[in-house]
Ligand binder design. Sequence first.
Ligand code: SAM
Ligand code: SF4
Length: 339
Amino acid sequence: MLDDIVDNSQLIDGFGRQVNYLRLSVTDRCDLRCTYCMSEKMTFLPKTELLSFEELERLCSVFISRGVKHLRISGGEPLTRKDILSLFQKMKTHLESGALQELTLTTNATQLEKYAEELFECGVRRINVSLDTLDQENFQKITRRDKLSAVLRGIEIALRAGLKIKINTVALRHKNISELDKMVLWAHSQGMDMSLIEAMPMGAIDEDRVDQYIPLFEVKEMLTKTMTFEDCTYRTSGPSRYVTVKETGGRLGFISPLSHNFCESCNRVRITCTGQLYTCLGNDGMIDLRSPLREDPSNKKLICAIDQALLKKPRGHDFDISRRGQAPSVNRHMSVTGG
Ligand code: SAM
Ligand code: SF4
């Protein structure tokens, strides 16, 4: 497929930022209903709208040929898409050729026990697992489903399979902040890094995000009552800023899109399961890649559409959760473009 690709120049946006990171959402569906992410009653896309695995592979290959080094498969819940491993198997060839440096996954881990070993065989080495509480009742309240034990089993099996795990936790003012110190100790005791994330105003949900959002500088202040933070230069290709927790020796990251915007160093774009390219998480602007992909097997139209989209990549987002009853800053849910 790479033979068809005609352009090997790097992806540079209108502000001179180089894009080397692609997040691909392979489904908008999920087996959980986290209250900050979705409403209980969601209308998902008809499965017939989705790009096939062959089309997803073609898209990824074009981006890799244009300098994408990090590919994260996300969703919705990516492990709920039937035959998802076939995409990982295809992407393994780009890891083997050295064109791709890293193939990763963001998952809620409900099905991880089934897939962990094969993911490792496909070249996946690091994954992010989203988990907001270790308490079964609270898990049910936050996710509206009773699947904590499957998640914990999945984590255990994935660690045994050799996958490095980072736990991603959304800090929720009234739901989990009193547990966060325990979660940090638990994650570090299992050899896992952890990142805290601010709730973002994306997509309509059943609660008011004013009740959910807490700026991470407040959380940091709370945590420093029981643990000591030391400066840490560790960075991944993501937006987390890390400290080392002196008491555990483990790393704790902070992803603060609202209280500390990181757009100036943004290196990523996102594609939905129907082939819409979003160049900014906090903006509704997108370009359709499905039509050029289907119309032109040579990939020329696709490459042209990607270049046009890149030039229009916004300088940054404008997230705001300051007023009760406020409409979300962007209409789509995080599950459409993946986190
Ligand atoms: N289902 C998978 C999971 O939960 O890991 C992958 C998709 S999920 C949309 C990716 C990440 O986005 C998760 O870590 C989730 O907590 C986060 N997320 C979803 N909606 C969010 C929101 N409105 N604000 C902040 N983070 C959100
Ligand atoms: Fe599903 Fe992930 Fe959204 Fe939770 S955060 S509802 S697991 S897509």
